[in-house]
Write a protein of this length. Structure first.
Length: 417
């Protein structure tokens, strides 16, 4: 029983005793003394009761927080036990899955159709003790659906969210109406007339399949043992991350690719500004101001920028007259974060060479763009391609798509020399 409950019961008993003594018309000395003792005890119990409530409130809050996150932690613990090595051995030798791996695969099969063995996205995370040049991935979460993006990826660092979709398409309605407020001109005058509240849908559709093929030799299967687990995960991680980053920004919308931000800018209403001059803070500052006047960002610290390494090279070598401050120093002193990538942006072209950059911001908790992933990764074995050498040919298939949220949260700069 809680301490506060015990104290409450005792206080109730004291009140009952005091009520009985109070009804005595001529109490004796012993009864008067008893009333004094009960009154003193009641005051002490009252103080103890308040202290117990404070202590138990903290305990309740901690217990409530633990209950709120228990399911997430249980899911993370379950995923931590998934072994890609077991999947590879099942496809190669027909070995049965066991433990957490078998439980996860069975659950995924029950929720969606897979030709091969389903592999959850969480299994591609690099686990404790492993290292990568880009750092250890830390998945990003958006409610209410669990989603993952590797933190080393450009898409994640630019504020994108990865949404896991079971089946079908997913649409995000975005408000496009121009509802305004207005004052009544007189005591009986009407206020601003009614304006229609309109929305525009931003769909994610399962029309684009990303595939990764891996060839594992018989020697690797016999020699690597448990090390094969890390090797396969790192290879799939890197390949999917590279292809995904390129598709999010440079996807053409043709030949099976999703429509990336550059190709879809016109259709989505994303503003493109042609700088056609040497990259400097003044040009970038103008776009940051446009974010702020469009109610998308509160200040330059809310803005992220994606650029080519060559732009950094030029800005870091461009000094302000009569100072030791470069254009790069001015940029990083004001803007929220700068991401450089040679994979997510096209190489510089023309004379002088110029490239493009992207500015994004997260407004009202809404990401600038979404990456949709349908189900998990479908891992399929080709039993014939490498049969003569005893090797294992694996194909990992993932269905993905890209869309922006509000177009005012993204801006494109072109012609940065």
């Amino acid at each position: 029983m809680l301490t506060s409950k015990k104290l409450e019961l005792r206080r109730s008993e004291i009140r009952q005793s005091l009520a009985e003594l109070a009804n005595i018309e001529s109490p004796s000395k012993d009864e008067v003394r008893k009333m004094g003792e009960l009154d003193t005890e009641y005051r002490a119990k009252e103080t103890q009761f308040r202290a117990a409530l404070v202590a138990e409130d903290v305990e309740r809050r901690e217990a409530g927080a633990e209950l709120e996150t228990r399911s997430d932690r249980e899911w993370s613990d379950l995923m931590a036990g998934f072994e890609i090595r077991q999947v590879a051995l099942q496809l190669d030798e027909g070995r049965n899955l066991d433990g957490r791996t078998a439980e996860i695969v069975e659950e995924m099969r029950a929720q969606g159709g897979y030709r091969g063995t389903p592999v959850p996205w969480e299994a591609l995370e690099v686990r404790a003790g492993e290292t990568l040049a880009a750092g250890t991935p830390d998945p990003i979460r958006t409610v209410p659906i669990i989603e993952r993006l590797f933190s080393g990826s450009v898409a994640a660092r630019m504020g994108g969210n990865m949404i896991n979709i079971g089946v079908g398409a997913l649409e995000y309605p975005v408000a496009t109406s121009a509802v305004t407020a207005g004052w009544g001109a007189s005591e009986t005058g009407d206020v601003a007339g009614p304006s229609a509240y309109t929305t525009l849908d931003r769909p994610l559709k399962p029309d684009h399949n990303l595939g990764v093929q891996m060839k594992i030799t018989r020697k690797a299967m016999k020699q690597s043992g448990a090390a094969l687990e890390q090797a396969v995960r790192r290879d799939m991680n890197g390949a999917i991350e590279e292809a995904l980053d390129k598709a999010v920004f440079l996807g053409t919308g043709a030949a099976g690719q999703p429509t990336g931000i550059f190709a879809g800018a016109a259709a989505w209403g994303v503003t493109e500004t042609a700088v056609d001059a040497a990259a400097d803070w003044a040009a970038i500052r103008s776009e940051v101001v446009a974010f702020m006047t469009g109610n998308a960002a509160a200040g330059p610290s809310d803005v992220r920028m994606l650029m080519r390494p060559e732009i950094w090279d030029g800005m870091d070598g461009s000094f302000i007259a009569s100072t030791a401050v470069t254009e790069w120093d001015r940029l990083i002193a004001a803007i929220g974060g700068v991401v450089m990538s040679h994979n997510a942006l096209a190489a510089p072209t023309g004379t002088p060479k110029a490239s493009s950059a992207i500015l994004t911001t997260t407004a009202g908790g809404v990401a600038p763009f979404f990456v949709g992933a349908w189900g998990g990764i479908d891992l399929i074995r080709d039993p014939f391609a490498d049969a003569k050498s005893g090797g294992l040919r694996l194909t990992a298939l993932a269905t993905m798509d890209v869309t922006v949220s509000r177009s005012v949260q993204t801006r494109i700069l072109t012609g940065l020399q």
